[in-house]
Design a protein around this ligand. Structure first.
Ligand code: DGJ
Length: 755
């Protein structure tokens, strides 16, 4: 809800109030956080007229070094980081003052960047005192978020240059808050850091042109005393997939300025007379219930306003992807056998990854030539699609539509399609970017995808993006994304029911911009379960599990050589969209049985795994994540490195109905007896030689079962006493309840209200 009250505006959603007042004709922030009342507004104002030290001011006006302004420029006495930096004919000082406001029941549709659905909008119009430019501050209120963006309009005859523009600027009082940031790089996406905020500035820049190469655009602020379930928690994000910048600056007084938007490095964008420049849209969320409250708020917002309606409640199919089984080296026989085996296991979607087109046998050639390699796919793609569909599976293909290899027919016939300001652009993974700003490139991509969907009867597409930008300025990146979003809108309009999976060498474009079109993202090429559990914990603060695509991969990780059981891999991968990515020909009969059980378990709890509220229940070194919906919860428990003398582990579950009773059960798991080494004789009734012929034969027909947990406890006991997990094996004491946890092992628990 938005209300104008005198010279103030109060924006209210289910979690927060955002109060702005006009001070010296500048919009200033009175409050952003837990809800306040309209009647509080006059008393939220502070008298800023007390001059401080060497403050500069215009006569009769307060000095800007104290005022929590909603937009900040250069050269008028506000020495914290500016939210905009403009230039006309070498001059950089502008002084935007409030002129007017209006409220739109439906948000203004002018912003060309992805926009959340719905909302009610407040627009504050500011004009430069010396004329010729205006600044609009847009606030869109949703049930669980406030979106902000701004526009600059050039009213002068000469070019106006934008050197920097934040989507928002928020001046909070500094009260010892901590910042939570997600650094990111290939194979190690979503690495969380909780930092104190120093005086001066903390600035995080992602300049590679793909949102999450360096940092994820999501970040958070926590009150000094906030805990997992209590205290002020603020979330910030951008609906944008290109280069961006986060800045947190603190002055010597009390202001903590928070900004996120376009980068201030190498950005120089000229706008003509009467033209408007738009910042991408930023999302601000808040919870007074700490990190888990913020998780819930972000999940609710993203599910209701970002994910395309067709996929809002659609269960993601259990996928099989051939990449780690074959890489680009496959033939029709191999693919047919994988399809048949996947179908037998209960898989619902078969995805043929990179290598099916042009002269693509490795990453050196073929990108751009999206015609089927009939030596590898005999009979053509439509025939393979039939083969897959006849076995009851959906069918999908990998594409990397924004790229080209110099060794490709596309490059040879259209070298001008390449994006570069230089004659010899840098290669990365032997490939170049296409110039998606160009209409002919846009049409080429749309035609390629739409025709493939129709001709090959595709149910799904994996859209990959495997290199950062180079050889162009940041303003080109901005235009590139305007072009790309246009392409994605056209494709989604033409193929509304095709499921798209977003991928950029894993999660290098894990952002709300891409999620506005593609409902889920391949989180990382690192499929090791412990690494993935860390990512799930970190990324779920900003994104719901339905946006995560996770695969169970081979027992020995292709990225780390770390060995874990298939059960452990599943226990982590189940939170999100589940898939399998390993050579099915290498599975034993018992492995197959195990995967069938996993898939059946997932299908039973899929709704919860995808759309449940993410909850962090981690303690000690254990990463414990839950997905909660109604009276049920699915819990993924991932342990770290084993230590001697393990301590008692207690899983505390807050927030359940304290009067009710809940049953909790472990998912039954099994171990390969050979993994016990010499200890095999502690679990075997007859003496066996470890890895001997008999042990090998027995291991083919017998799996050693994990402990079983089946308890009923009240919500009160779960909150105040907790679930005591069985003692961990520590050199002795094998029993039906003691937990055998190899290093980095995981378990799944299902909780349900019983009365
Ligand atoms: C990078 C992706 O993250 C992988 O899953 C795979 O699709 C390869 N690209 C194929 O080139």
């Amino acid at each position: 809800m938005i209300k104008a009250i005198g010279s103030a505006f109060i924006l209210t959603n289910e979690d927060a109030s955002y109060v702005i007042s006009i001070h010296d004709r500048r919009p200033t922030l009175l409050h952003y956080g837990g809800k306040v009342k309209e009647s509080d507004i006059p008393s939220l104002n502070l008298d800023y007229s007390i001059p401080t030290g060497r403050a500069v001011y215009t006569e009769g006006e307060t000095t800007l070094n104290l005022v929590p302004v909603e937009a900040s420029g250069l050269g008028k006495g506000d020495y914290l980081t500016p939210s905009y930096s403009l230039e006309r004919e070498g001059k950089t000082v502008f002084d935007f003052r409030y002129d007017d406001y209006w409220i739109n029941e439906e948000p203004d549709g002018g912003n060309p960047f992805p926009r959340p659905r719905g909302g009610e909008e407040l627009v504050l119009l500011l004009r430069d005192l010396e004329g010729q430019a205006s600044l609009e501050l847009h606030y869109i209120v949703y049930d669980h978020a406030i979106a902000r963006y701004c526009t600059i309009h050039n009213e002068g005859a000469r070019y106006l240059y934008i050197n920097h523009l934040s989507s928002f600027s928020l001046d909070l009082p500094y009260l010892g808050q901590k910042g939570y940031f997600l650094s990111s790089s290939w194979g190690a996406e979503g690495q969380a850091e909780l930092l104190d905020l120093p005086k001066g500035e903390l600035r995080f820049k992602g300049l590679t042109g793909s949102s999450s190469d360096c940092f994820n655009p999501f970040f958070a602020l926590f009150a000094k005393d906030a805990g997992p379930n209590h205290g002020d928690a603020y979330g910030f994000n951008l609906l944008y997939s290109g280069s961006f910048e986060i800045s947190l600056s603190r002055d010597s007084f009390y202001r903590l300025r928070v900004q996120e938007g376009l980068p201030s490095t190498d950005f120089h964008y000229g706008i003509k007379c009467n033209k408007t420049f738009y910042s991408p849209i930023a999302i601000l969320t808040y919870s007074d219930k700490g990190a888990n409250g913020l998780r819930r708020t972000n999940a609710l917002f993203i599910h209701s306003h970002i994910i395309r309606e067709n996929f809002l409640h659609a269960p993601r199919p259990v996928a099989y992807n051939n990449w780690e089984a074959t890489y680009a080296d496959f033939n029709t026989m191999k693919i047919h056998s994988l399809v048949s085996q996947a179908a037998d296991l209960g898989v619902e979607l078969f995805v043929l990854d990179d290598g099916w087109f042009g002269k693509r046998n490795d990453d050196k050639a073929g990108l751009g030539d999206w015609t089927v390699n009939k030596k590898k796919v005999i009979g053509g793609m439509a025939a393979l699609a039939d083969y897959v569909h006849e076995r009851g599976l959906k069918f999908g293909l990998w594409f990397e539509p924004e790229m080209v290899n110099p060794d490709s027919d596309l490059y040879r016939s259209h070298p001008e399609y390449v994006l570069s300001e230089r004659k010899e652009p840098c290669l990365c993974r032997n490939q170049l970017l296409l110039d998606v700003r160009k209409k002919e490139v846009q049409d080429f991509i749309v035609k390629t995808i739409v025709e493939a969907v129709k001709d090959y009867r595709l149910d799904y597409i994996k859209w990959d993006f495997n290199r950062p930008f180079s050889d162009v300025a940041q303003s080109v990146v901005y235009d590139y994304y305007l072009g790309l979003y246009d392409v994605l809108s056209r494709i989604c309009r033409e193929c509304p029911d095709t499921l798209f999976e977003n991928c950029a060498s894993g999660g290098m474009r894990f952002d709300l911009g891409m999620m506005s079109f593609f409902p889920y993202t391949w989180v990382s090429d690192d499929t090791d379960s412990y690494e993935r559990a860390k990512m799930q914990r970190a990324l779920s603060l900003g994104y719901p599990f339905s946006t995560f695509s996770n695969h169970v991969s081979a027992k020995i990780s292709h990225q780390l050589f770390r060995k874990t059981t298939l059960g452990t891999k599943f226990d982590v991968a189940m939170l999100g969209a589940l898939g399998y990515e390993l050579d099915l020909n290498h599975l034993s009969g018992l492995d197959e049985e195990e995967i069938k059980e996993q898939i059946a378990y997932y299908k039973e709890h899929r709704e919860l795994a995808l759309f449940g509220e993410p909850i962090d229940l981690s303690f000690g070194e254990n990463i414990v994540m839950g997905a909660k919906k109604g009276d049920e919860m699915l819990i993924s428990f991932c342990s770290g490195v084993n230590r001697p003398l393990p301590s008692l582990e207690i899983l505390r579950l807050e927030g359940l109905d304290e009067q009710a009773s809940y049953s909790i059960a472990t998912r039954p798991e099994y171990f390969d007896i050979r993994d016990f080494g010499d200890m095999i004789n502690h679990i075997s009734p007859v003496k066996l030689k470890p890895d001997g012929a008999v042990a090998n034969v027995v291991s083919k027909v017998y799996r050693y079962p994990s402990e079983t947990t089946e308890v009923t406890l009240s919500g009160a006991a779960l909150a105040h006493s907790g679930l005591k997990l069985g003692m961990k094996w520590s050199g002795s004491g094998i029993s039906k309840t003691s937990r055998i946890m190899f290093d980095f092992a995981a378990r799944a628990y299902y909780l349900k209200k019983v009365e």
